[in-house]
Design a protein. Structure first.
Length: 300
């Protein structure tokens, strides 16, 4: 049961981070490359490395092949974030977030193929209800066309994220949680250093720091710490429960994105707005019931 606390820390923190990402993209990256935001993610991972190394020096004992594969999962995570930020650049947070619900579907297939995980019929039904609730949230009221760019970017994001999660779980179970986390962060840091080696992102990064140093660093630092907490909670939950169930729990991110959007609309409308029409609120309420029922089933 306690794995749910860790699993839900991801959706709650990521929902808050999604709104902060949207704020950053709208305020500072409306016409620039969102890859610059990933540099801040990489820097946070880089700062974590010495602390993990001091606390758990045995992380360096991971076999070279394993370390490379785990570091690659960190690179994949950054690639998935790039797809997500590009999608967020063109659409609202509450429209982008529901596409994360494709993650559990990819995750279940990959966990079955790679990890040999199996689920009971009740757990499958519960996971299905959670995904169904997330999919219901993805129906955007009033949208008269299919956003092909958004669909492509977010399905790519969900698939790459699922591959990264499968790699992380496979090696975390076999080797050790903190060893796997250390090398994952190293992969993320290397991706960020690669971005800084490119003239375009490096120029934008330095320019952004010169013009908006305090605001950009402050908001990004808070955002990355929140995102870090969600990532660590989700990754630890992967050790305690099947990957497909943990990813089903992460599908509640959309619900929390909407709830935080409502709070922002009511109390801080300059930072974010959400559709508070009766139809939209009913849609979200039905989705919340489906998700709650799914959580109940998978924990019986």
């Amino acid at each position: 049961m306690h794995w749910l606390i860790y699993a839900f820390s991801g959706p709650v923190f990521w929902a808050a981070s999604t709104h902060m990402d949207k704020y950053l993209v709208e305020r500072y990256f409306r016409r620039s490359d969102v890859a610059v935001l990933l540099v801040f993610t990489a820097l946070i991972g880089l700062l974590m490395l010495p602390f993990i190394l001091y606390w758990r020096p045995e992380v360096l004992a991971l076999p070279g092949r394993d370390a490379l594969v785990v570091a690659f999962s960190g690179v994949l995570y950054m690639v998935a974030l790039y797809f997500y930020l590009q999608a967020l650049q063109g659409d609202e947070a509450s429209v982008v977030a529901p596409f994360f619900q494709a993650g559990p579907l990819f995750g279940y297939a990959l966990a079955w193929l790679v990890l040999g995980e199996t689920l009971s019929h009740r757990q499958l039904a519960g996971g299905g209800l959670i995904v169904a609730g997330g999919l219901l949230l993805s129906i955007h009221p009033g949208a008269g066309r299919v956003r092909l760019r958004l669909v492509f970017l977010m399905l790519s994001c969900a698939f790459v994220m699922a591959v990264s999660s499968v790699i992380f779980k496979a090696f975390a179970v076999h080797d050790e949680f903190w060893s796997t986390t250390f090398w994952t962060y190293l992969g993320e840091a290397l991706y960020g250093l690669w971005l800084l080696a490119l003239p375009g992102p490096r120029r934008q990064f330095l320019s952004l720091l010169r013009v908006n140093t305090g605001a950009v660093l402050g908001v990004n630092a808070a955002n990355e710490l929140i995102n870090l907490g969600g990532g660590l909670g989700m990754r630890y939950a992967l050790l305690l429960a099947p990957l497909s169930l943990v990813q089903a729990i992460t599908s509640t991110t959309t619900l929390f994105v909407f709830l935080f959007g409502v709070l922002l609309s009511l109390f801080l409308p300059k930072l974010g707005r959400e559709d508070l029409s009766a139809r939209n609120l009913l849609q979200k309420s039905v989705s919340a019931v489906l998700i709650a029922a799914g959580v109940y089933l998978i924990n019986r």
